[in-house]
Design a protein around this ligand. Structure first.
Ligand code: FES
Length: 115
């Protein structure tokens, strides 16, 4: 029986995002932490100390942090630790991107099986 699900590659490969130059943060009189850089699946992401990984990824227009068991891209929904849709891997351990703060040189990987 043929699956009704389309064959999808991981979102990151579909997006072909360059090193992130995009910054979707609201501009204005905000006090931000010190600028830091971390990587997400090999992509360098600019962030500010105090931001969560999920926030920094969304600000860089990266909306998928994991893949479902069927290979569909999934990403942050609740931003408060409830939905588990923002799972990422740091040092091989699963963690929630919305509950983990960025730090300089942090290496974050997409969660889920890569095709
Ligand atoms: S966005 Fe829902 S648990 Fe992180």
């Amino acid at each position: 029986m043929q699956s009704h699900l389309p064959q999808l590659a991981p979102l990151r490969r579909e997006c072909k995002l360059p090193e992130t130059k995009t910054d979707l943060r609201i501009r204005g009189k905000f006090q931000r932490g010190k600028p830091v850089e971390f990587t997400f699946d090999g992509i360098t992401v600019n962030a500010f100390e105090g931001e969560s990984i999920a926030t920094a990824l969304l600000a860089a227009d990266i909306v998928s942090t994991k893949l479902s068991v069927d290979g569909y891209p999934r990403g942050p929904v609740c931003h408060m630790g409830s939905c588990q849709e923002c799972a990422v891997r740091i040092g091989g351990r699963k963690t929630l991107a919305c509950k983990t703060k960025v730090s300089q040189g942090l290496q974050v990987e997409i969660d889920g099986l890569k095709k």
